[in-house]
Every structure is written in C-alpha cells, then in structure tokens.
Design a protein around this ligand. Structure first.
Ligand SMILES: [Zn+2]
Length: 106
C-alpha cells in the first residue's frame, strides 16, 4: 500500500474543493501557503496517478504537490520494497530484480 500526502492550492472556494476531495481520502483544511492536505492510499503508482487525475479535474484546484510516504525501507530485515511491483530486494539493490524498476533509496 502506498500512502501519499497531497498539498492542494485552491482558487477562491476552498470549501467546495474540500467537499469534492474528501471522497478521495482524508482531507484537512489548513492555514498557510497550501489550503488543503489530502492523505490518500493506493495499491499502486498507477492508482495514485488515477487519484491525481481525479483531483486535477476538480474545479478550483489551482495546483498540487504530492509527497509519497517512503516506507519501502525495512532496516530490520535489511530489505527495500519495490514501489512498482511490491517485491523485496536487498538494501543495496539499485533496480528491482523482478520488474526492473529503479528502486528509491535514501
Ligand atoms: Zn519491482
């Protein structure tokens, strides 16, 4: 499962955007340079992209910034999970041995 926080800027009318995006995840109206924080969960990057497309189609959304939670490192098991296919690879692997995706490392 992939968790992401999406920071949203809105045109006037944050309330309407808020009502629309609540169906996509856990949403909070916030003060500051962003107007709404939306926490979403997806089973794949493709599903996350789909959520992003739905978000982009909501009227009065001016811009978004998506932060994907990095929970792919398991220091206890010394493994790294591929975000694309979910396979576990050694901590020092650069690419997934199953699907070939580049692995995110810190
Ligand atoms: Zn993979």
């Amino acid at each position: 499962m992939i968790s992401a926080y999406i920071l949203i800027n809105t045109e006037d009318g944050s309330e309407n955007v808020f009502k629309s995006v609540k169906r996509l995840g856990e949403a909070f109206l916030v003060y500051g340079i962003y107007d709404i924080i939306l926490k979403v969960q997806a089973t794949s990057i493709d599903e996350l992209k789909e959520i992003h497309l739905q978000l982009a189609s909501v009227p009065n959304v001016r811009g978004t910034l998506t932060l994907i939670v990095n929970d792919s490192l398991d220091f206890a098991k010394r493994t790294l999970r591929c975000l694309a296919c979910g396979s576990e690879m050694p901590l020092d692997a650069k690419y997934c041995g199953i699907c070939g995706a580049k692995l995110l490392n810190v």
